[in-house]
Ligand binder design. Sequence first.
Ligand SMILES: [Zn+2]
Length: 70
Amino acid sequence: MMIKNGIEVRCGICGKPILHKKSDPSGRLSVDHIVPESWCGSDDAKNLQPSHVRCNAVKGNNTDRVIERA
Ligand SMILES: [Zn+2]
């Protein structure tokens, strides 16, 4: 996955921009497995997407769960 400085990175789960804020560690960048590793998801780039730390934590292993936007 290529993430370059100066390019806005959006969360693959909630669709909002991912910002690096010291005051908001849960809003930082995490790498989400679209198919979780526990479901035999691969580490291939096709199975990875950027996400917020908090969104990744909420998603957990539920690929079929819909997270409603505020
Ligand atoms: Zn998010």
